[in-house]
Design a protein around this ligand. Structure first.
Ligand code: ADP
Ligand code: MG
Length: 357
């Protein structure tokens, strides 16, 4: 059995690692022959994701397909869905590709985002400020990731710096208590989810996921997220990011693929997000995963990449290097998982190792 992965980034690499462990072959399609997945997959098809011939080539060689990358032309994938086996379909991908569609769909399926308005130009943004008040966050509706294409507007002075996209949204800046995300996998029979972690961001990029104890609000988040998945008629893997403030939780965004906040599950859970996705793709029953021990995932960006080797061969510390050849500012290069640790022990340990000469 061969699993074809559209995209060969780190998520594709980790899907392939799990597939390999379970005895399946993998092929990824990526423009870069030396992409992260190339270190694990049996084959890489080098080429653009939006070229139908490349997708067909991948489809012809695979028994089942999945995507690890969101910015594929969802409508172009239509042909692939009709002619090959891509069980997740294109609906969740299409919806997640545009923040307006995504938030409207969330509302229609029972979730509550922070108040927002569509913004096409400066005039719309000024109206949004009148209606929603400050501070606001302006975001492009498409192609945003890791905080790209976002502006925090604290005062009218900040309007001068904004580069308007052809379509954007303005949403209320929420002074949340914390962020968390739920990763669910649904097949025809069942929905399962990974233990929920708390996400800490630095400059708009995920820095840490801390998975420790269940907070009382998590059960409400789980129930609403399962209900969302059913109402939206989504199958396969889906991540939902939330902002939590007091007893309220707000939908931020969703991703129909494995998620950075689920990397911890490779060591920290009885099955990882990748294992469960592979089980889904290969029609194996989905078994509810549990947390094995308190676990913390730390993202390593380009700026700290030279420190990665300091963390090698240490007890309860696991390095995942994405083998990216090019260091770009704030690029995710690797992650490190710390098991059996509370947040405070992690901090002490991380800082001590990081400062080693
Ligand atoms: P991306 O696609 O870049 O992940 P997000 O909308 O998730 O975009 O924004 C990235 C991060 O920026 C969030 O995880 C959160 O930390 C912060 N952020 C985004 N929108 C808001 C908001 N309305 N209020 C407060 N913080 C926000
Ligand atoms: Mg996000």
């Amino acid at each position: 059995m061969t699993i074809g992965i559209i995209g060969g980034g780190q998520l594709g690499m980790m899907i392939a690692e799990s597939a390999k462990k379970k005895g399946y072959k993998t092929i990824a399609l990526d423009p870069n022959p030396k992409c992260s997945a190339s270190y694990v997959c049996d084959e890489i098809i080098t080429g653009d994701f939006n070229n139908l011939d490349n997708l067909k080539k991948l489809g012809d060689k695979s028994d089942v397909l999945t995507y690890e990358f969101e910015n594929i032309d969802a409508l172009g994938l239509d042909f692939i869905v009709k002619n090959y086996n891509l069980p997740e379909g294109i609906k969740p991908l299409y919806i997640s590709q545009n923040r307006l569609r995504e938030k409207e769909n969330a509302i229609n399926c029972g979730l509550k985002p922070v108040p927002f308005k569509k913004v096409m130009n400066k005039n719309d943004l000024e109206l949004a400020i009148k209606e929603l008040g400050l501070p606001l966050v302006y975001k492009t509706t498409t192609l945003g990731y890791d905080g790209h294409g976002q502006y925090l507007i604290k005062s009218l002075k900040d309007l001068a710096n904004i580069k308007y996209a052809s379509e954007g949204i303005a949403e209320k800046y929420l002074d949340f208590d914390y962020e968390c995300s739920i990763i669910m996998i649904r097949d025809k029979e069942n929905i399962v989810h990974l233990p929920i972690g708390i996400n800490k961001h630095k400059n708009g990029i995920l820095d840490l996921t801390i998975v420790d104890k269940e907070l009382p609000i998590f059960q409400k988040i789980i129930d609403s997220s399962y209900n969302f998945m059913i109402q939206a008629d989504f199958y396969g893997i889906l991540t939902i990011e939330y902002f939590v403030k007091g007893n309220e939780f707000y939908f931020n965004e969703m991703a129909p693929r494995p998620h950075n906040s689920g990397h911890y599950s490779i060591e920290g859970a009885s099955s990882s997000q990748y294992d469960l996705l592979v089980d889904y793709l290969t029609n194996k029953p989905l078994v509810k995963p549990s947390l094995k021990y308190p676990t913390i995932m730390k993202n390593i960006l380009s700026e700290d990449y030279d420190k990665l080797s300091l963390f090698k061969d240490k007890e309860n510390i696991y390095i995942h290097d994405y083998h990216k050849l090019e260091l770009k500012p704030r690029r995710k290069m690797a992650h490190i998982t710390f098991t059996h640790m509370t947040y405070n022990t992690y901090l002490e340990k991380y800082n001590r190792i990081f400062e080693e000469k």
